[in-house]
Ligand binder design. Structure first.
Ligand code: 8YV
Length: 319
């Protein structure tokens, strides 16, 4: 049987490209001068897509270009870049890369939390700028005695909670529902979680269902000493409301790895001393990105070898 034809719209890591080329006929769309013409010439034969967020949103119109499409293998645990319901309607499987990045993202979330509260990047700048000789670095807020609310207690939220248990802080959570067997206090709404917390860590998936879940009301409930940490998706936070809340002292600080219009970061945030800003690096270590890439390849291989994807998203899972 001829190798299945896979389209990669935007570049992925070299080892992913090499592994897919060894097993499939891979079309590298981003290298084509006339992408539209190339797409028209190969679309009928494409049975799989390998995508990252660089490919843009894979919506219904995109899916409809490929009449033989069976699977979209997406790089990342979040798959708000793919219209999974549209795929399900068309009998197309969507896979993501859960599990292999949970600990890495949780590590970064805790690092960002500590960096934000203890002002670690600001202290580093203070030393580099030669200001230490002129006097001590200003005292910082603390994690001691703080209550941490986790918005979204999924696999990564739980990995964050496990780490924070070791820091001896009180933890609460809000999610779509109270979870059996979870001892942390559950709060019925995001606002109730914020009101009961000194720090909120946002870890819900992106997409239309969670857009601007963190809004002006929730930030007001977090309060003037409150700190917001976001390592999930920029879309979950109303960035305009966040900028306003940080500027007028409604909340005390924020640590952000994700933004509404990446890679654009509002100028107002760049100028603020009480925020720590990262360029969406939650999973961005060599080892974890390699594991995510392997899972993209393994999903496509399992699908075309056995007709069974390894990690289909719930919308497109059988049963
Ligand atoms: C990646 C992520 O940055 O897994 C996710 O959902 O946000 C990150 O691991 C992203 O998928 C890059 O395409």
């Amino acid at each position: 049987m001829p190798a299945a034809q896979i389209l990669m719209p935007a570049p992925m890591a070299d080892d992913v490209v090499a592994a897919l080329e060894a097993r499939f006929t891979l079309h590298r769309l981003w290298e084509q001068d006339d992408r539209e013409g190339y797409l028209r010439s190969v679309a009928a034969d494409i049975r799989g897509l390998a995508v990252s967020t660089l490919a843009g949103r894979i919506d219904a119109a995109w899916l409809d270009r490929f009449p033989a499409l069976e699977i979209v293998a997406s790089f990342g645990v979040g798959y708000d870049n793919v219209d999974a319901s549209a795929a399900a309607d068309r009998g197309i499987v969507v896979t993501n890369t859960p599990g292999v990045l949970d600990d890495e993202v949780a590590d970064l979330a805790v690092g960002l939390l500590l960096a934000t509260l203890r002002r670690i990047p600001q202290a580093d700048r203070f030393v580099r700028e030669g200001r230490w000789a002129d006097g001590a670095f200003p005292l910082s807020p603390t994690l001691r005695g703080r209550r941490v609310g986790i918005l979204g207690l999924g696999a990564i939220g739980k990995a964050i909670a496990r780490r924070l248990d070791g820091f001896g802080v009180a933890i609460g959570y809000h999610g779509r529902s109270r979870q059996e067997g979870v001892a942390y206090p559950y709060h019925d709404t995001p606002v109730a979680l914020a009101a009961a917390s000194d720090v909120v860590v946002v870890m819900v998936p992106g997409g239309s269902g969670t857009r601007h879940l963190v809004d002006a009301e929730m930030l007001a409930a977090l309060g003037p000493d409150g700190v917001l940490i976001n390592v999930s998706r920029g879309s979950v936070v109303d960035e305009t409301a966040l900028v306003a809340a940080l500027s007028d002292g409604t909340i005390g600080g924020a640590g952000l790895d994700v933004f509404e219009n990446e890679p654009q970061v509002p100028d107002a945030l760049l100028a603020m001393p009480n925020v720590v800003l990262l360029p969406h690096i939650g999973s961005a270590s060599h080892a974890t990105r390699a594991a995510m890439g392997r899972l993209v390849v393994d999903n496509l291989t399992a699908w075309f070898d056995d007709g069974r994807a390894l990690t289909p998203v719930p919308e497109t899972s059988p049963g």
